[in-house]
Design a protein around this ligand. Structure first.
Ligand code: ADP
Ligand code: TRP
Length: 344
């Protein structure tokens, strides 16, 4: 059975604080872009956030913040399906089923788990299961492509592996013919979609931008704070009058995210020409970033001031997501030998 529906793009983002430029360029903007050519399924990964979050009010309000960010950044909630992960509880059922076909060796290789062990932190079991829940997120909706930053590619590979284990163990074959065409019976294996230029957005200190490093620039901070964050980007101590190398400069790298090729070439020439300081480059970055985000910030503030509307959008999204998940779960239950769901 081959499907005639459009390609389906699916991704998730954890409600763990204000989204930052890494989230925006790594996931949000590519996901919104894909919504023009694919069925868009995007969700707020509140179950995943529970591996760390212990503040109920923060979880609630950060979930709205993610929804408002996605919409302010151009996602149309009428055509896209936008929901909270926990509103479709079937994802937990599929997590359990996948955990029964997944070896410990696979989850022990996950970067987050290995990092926790290396730092001698006792990981909670949620962190161990994290990639299985993520595979369930992806496989529950027969996704085709998953737009994410580079750090999530390993999880994507694991999801593909788990689909293969499920198909092999319950249906006796991997579920794909020699041309790579899916037979429509078991679980569908998606592909990662990582954009080269934004695979890893650097933070203020040059390491990967991340909330956990505190080196991030939130997408919707006010103008003043934005300027202050940009001024805090680390640079080397080359004196103002000397030529500088744009390719090794953090400020320049961030500038390329907002600027077209001509603008990039122009700024690179200023770096190489001398008498141009990092402070000047930072001001150019600030102007570009502010122009990019200011109109979106306005929309974001409007959305955040109307939580009832956000709640309605998320509930309707959950209903639509659940309608897509149901037949997949029926397929899964039937392959395993579990009873079909009683009619509700
Ligand atoms: P954080 O590392 O700040 O906790 P998340 O893990 O919630 O961010 O990431 C959400 C999405 O944003 C994922 O798709 C992830 O790959 C992407 N992402 C996060 N940080 C970056 C970055 N610095 N560069 C590119 N993509 C990123
Ligand atoms: N693990 C992802 C992150 O930290 C969030 C996520 C959860 C996700 N489930 C997903 C991303 C499914 C893509 C698809 O960013």
């Amino acid at each position: 059975m081959t499907s005639t529906r459009r390609m389906r793009s699916l991704s998730g983002i954890k409600p763990t604080g204000q989204p930052h430029w890494g989230n925006y360029f790594g996931m949000i903007a590519p996901a919104v872009g894909l919504a023009a050519e694919a069925e868009a399924y995007y969700f707020i990964a509140d179950y995943h956030a529970l591996t760390t979050v212990r503040d109920a009010d923060a979880l609630r309000s950060d979930s709205y913040e993610i929804a408002a960010t996605m919409i302010a950044c151009g996602l149309d909630p009428e055509s896209a399906v936008l929901w909270r992960q926990s509103d479709v509880p079937e994802v937990c059922e599929l997590t359990w089923i996948l955990s029964c076909v997944t070896g410990m060796g696979l989850v022990e290789r996950a970067h987050a788990y290995k990092d926790a062990r290396a730092k001698k932190k006792e990981p909670n079991f949620g962190l161990v299961t994290y990639p299985v829940l993520m595979a369930a997120d992806i496989l529950l909706y027969d996704s085709d492509v998953v737009p994410v930053g580079k750090d999530q590619v390993q999880h994507l590979e694991m999801a593909r592996d788990m689909a293969g284990y499920f198909n092999a163990q319950f249906l006796g074959n991997i579920g794909y013919d020699n041309e790579g065409v899916w037979d429509g019976k078991g679980l569908k294996r998606p592909a990662a979609r990582v954009q080269d230029n934004t695979a890893v957005v650097p933070g203020l200190d040059g390491r990967k931008m991340s909330k956990s490093y505190g080196n991030h620039i939130p997408v919707f901070i006010g103008k003043k704070k934005l300027r202050k964050r940009i001024m805090a980007i680390k640079t080397d101590s080359t004196p103002l009058e000397e030529p500088k190398d744009p390719t090794t400069c953090n400020v320049f790298q961030l500038y390329t995210l907002f600027a077209n090729a001509d603008e990039q070439a122009e700024l690179a020439a200023k770096y190489r020409g001398g008498n141009f300081g990092y402070g000047h480059a930072k001001l150019e970055l600030f102007a570009k970033a502010d122009a990019h985000f200011a109109p979106r910030r306005e929309r974001f503030d409007e959305l955040m001031a109307d939580k009832d509307t956000l709640e309605d959008i998320l509930r309707l999204g959950a209903k639509r997501a659940r309608a897509t998940a149901e037949p997949v779960m029926e397929r899964v239950r039937s392959a395993i030998g579990l009873p079909a769901r009683p009619i509700r």
